[in-house]
Design a protein around this ligand. Structure first.
Ligand code: UD1
Length: 420
């Protein structure tokens, strides 16, 4: 098992390029199944979750080539002939549920095991399944399996109870080739939804409205090959920015879409960081002082992203003053707090609220990541802390960050990966 060893207390200075967005590439890889052709996906990040998605495509009968140097994936879905996702892959990556809509659309049936709970809490998929049923998919849930079949997909108006990112994407995938028009209201507005719309339209689909609360999908008969470049990973960018805020320094991030992290930028500015954006590069400088923020409340886009809550908390541990975090999206997203306490942080939790009294005095300690963004937050905290930290559970971090140790090393951090 790998771990990270971090010698903290150094400023971060330098330049790195942010990789393509994990949360964008996963539904886009699922979308390739809709066409019986070859697709080229550029800026496809080298992440363990992406490798799991490749395995799913291969299990279904497709073939995948990946040029890791160029970060380009070549996906051939002409020979897709199966409709099951093995239990192992469903367990490895909860987002494999993203493939459900695309498999049903292509094969008229699907058989997957129930993704179940995950490190962030229960994470039900009831909204996905309710929408599918409304669209004529017959679903049997038995012995932990979900079996779906549909002779015909019946486009509908779907009113989502919550603007679920995954449910919005799954409905878009199911309806892109259905016979008629599907309207999703109360749709999620995340930038990754707009990226999926761009890819579907490049395939020849007719989707509009992504980025607003109403998405209209006019089904088309057939899709064709397409090339697509994945948008920059806004959460990876936010993580590196929070690390710079925690450690102090001056870093330049390339391949950033500032529009997608407007709220994170403005909150880090309120905390005393200087941020300048020039095209797709972003420079963040933190001088002598970092200040607390009154409250950080996670909300669906364009609100503060739940995925940036943990990295931002690591930064606020180093700020002067008190910050209140309110987590409204997931019920179990404070697992990093216990580990930050081991590093000397002063944080109190009450349900979905965490109150951080920044004391600027984190100390290195052995800590364990319990989820992806929490693991990244611990890495940022360890870089800011005095002394040495060991970070365990880093397979979580590898799901969403390309070699986090190389990225931080390039910024002057002292972090290495060792295998035990
Ligand atoms: C996606 C992102 C994840 C991010 C989250 C919220 C991917 C691969 N993952 O996850 O990084 O943190 O959006 O921005 O893109 N819910 C239900 N029933 C459902 C579906 C969702 O109750 O059928 C609830 C969830 O439990 C959660 C909330 O809705 O409390 C938001 O979930 P959702 O937007 O669906 O998140 P994901 O798509 O799973």
């Amino acid at each position: 098992m790998d771990k990270l060893i971090v010698n903290g207390g150094r400023r971060l200075d330098g330049k790195i390029r942010v990789h393509g967005a994990k949360n964008s590439v996963l539904p886009i890889l699922a979308a390739t199944i809709l066409c019986e052709d070859e697709c080229v996906i550029r800026d496809c990040p080298d992440l363990s979750d992406v490798k799991s998605a490749f395995e799913i495509i291969e299990c279904l009968g497709g073939s995948v080539g990946y040029d890791a140097e160029e970060r380009t994936a070549y996906i051939d879905t002409r020979n897709i002939c199966r409709f099951e996702i093995p239990d192992r892959l469903m367990r490895e990556m909860r987002s494999s549920v993203m493939f459900l809509g695309a498999i049903i659309a292509r094969m008229r049936r699907a058989d997957i095991s129930y993704p179940g709970g995950c490190e962030l809490g229960a994470r039900p998929i009831d909204l996905h399944l309710k929408a599918f049923r409304q669209m004529g998919v017959k679903i049997t849930e038995l012995y932990g399996h979900i079996k779906c079949c549909a002779d015909d997909i019946k486009p509908q108006r779907i009113n989502l109870l919550l603007p679920s990112v995954g449910a919005t994407e799954n409905i878009m995938l199911l309806s892109a080739t259905a016979n008629g028009t599907t309207v999703i209201s109360n749709a999620a507005r995340e930038p990754e939804i707009a990226d999926l719309q761009r890819f579907l339209n490049a395939l020849g689909a007719d989707v509009s409205g992504a980025g607003t609360e109403e998405i209209v999908i006019r089904g088309v008969k057939k899709l064709r090959a397409a090339q697509h470049r994945i948008i920059p990973d806004r959460i990876a960018a936010a993580t590196y920015m929070c690390a710079a805020a925690a450690c102090g320094g001056d870093i330049l991030l390339e391949n950033v879409c500032a529009e997608h992290i407007r709220i994170v930028i403005s909150m880090l500015e309120d905390a005393g960081c200087k941020i300048t954006v020039n095209g797709d590069t972003l420079r963040i400088t933190r001088g002598e002082h970092l200040f607390s923020i009154d409250r950080v409340k996670t909300l669906p886009y364009p609100g503060f992203p739940t995925d940036a809550q943990a990295p931002f908390m690591a930064a606020m541990c180093m700020a002067a003053g008190t910050t209140m975090f309110i987590e409204t999206i997931f019920e179990n997203r404070f697992k990093h707090v216990g580990e930050l306490l081991r590093m000397g942080a002063d944080i109190k939790i009450d349900g979905r609220v965490a109150v951080v009294h920044g004391n600027g005095g984190l100390l290195g300690a052995p800590v364990t990541a319990a989820d992806l963004r929490g693991g990244a937050a611990l890495t940022a905290a360890a870089l800011a802390a005095r002394g040495q930290s060991e970070i365990y559970g880093i397979s979580y971090i590898d799901r969403g960050y390309e070699s986090i140790e190389s990225a931080f090393s390039r910024l002057g951090g002292d972090v290495i990966r060792v295998s035990e």
